[in-house]
Design a protein around this ligand. Structure first.
Ligand SMILES: [Zn+2]
Length: 151
């Protein structure tokens, strides 16, 4: 007669049960306990609360007022045509044009594509924005410098 590896009770039918990380052949009663042990481990989900705080912070980021100029200058710096950029971003040329004219605000998804494409920042937190405004020309920063600012 097999016996439960947890309580030692002999039983006809033993269930393989994961108890505290170990898989044991347990009787019905202990198998139930195994499930109970397992559940509290999933409580690590409470950690997501701190993640929410982070995303809330990101929401404070605002589109810089001169985003159109920033995009246009970055594009001209790289000697790219609107058509090329539109194709790369998988957007219509008219969308890129309107963004450069400042008549269309790119949402964060599109803005981040543009940011990556030209290594510029369109959405900034107000504090960061102040710094770059007084700090002068961001475009002249080296790739390394810009990456550092982003971090
Ligand atoms: Zn048992």
């Amino acid at each position: 007669m097999p016996s439960c590896e947890l309580c030692g009770k002999t039983s006809e039918k033993l269930t393989k049960s994961k108890i505290e990380g170990a898989v044991l052949k347990a009787c019905d009663e202990c198998a139930k306990m195994g499930e109970k042990v397992k559940k509290p481990r999933k409580r690590t989900k409470t950690r997501s609360k701190s993640k929410n705080r982070h995303s809330r912070k990101r929401k404070e980021e605002v589109l810089r007022p001169n985003y159109g100029k920033v995009v246009k200058e970055a594009r001209e710096d790289k000697k790219r045509s609107i058509a090329e950029v539109a194709k790369k971003l998988k957007e219509k040329e008219s969308v890129v044009k309107k963004i450069e004219q400042g008549s269309l605000k790119p949402d964060k998804t599109l803005a981040s594509k543009i940011e990556k494409e030209f290594n510029i920042e369109l959405y900034t937190t107000p504090a960061v924005n102040d710094v770059s405004e007084t700090g002068g020309d961001n475009r002249k920063a080296t790739l390394g410098d810009v990456a550092e600012i982003k971090d």
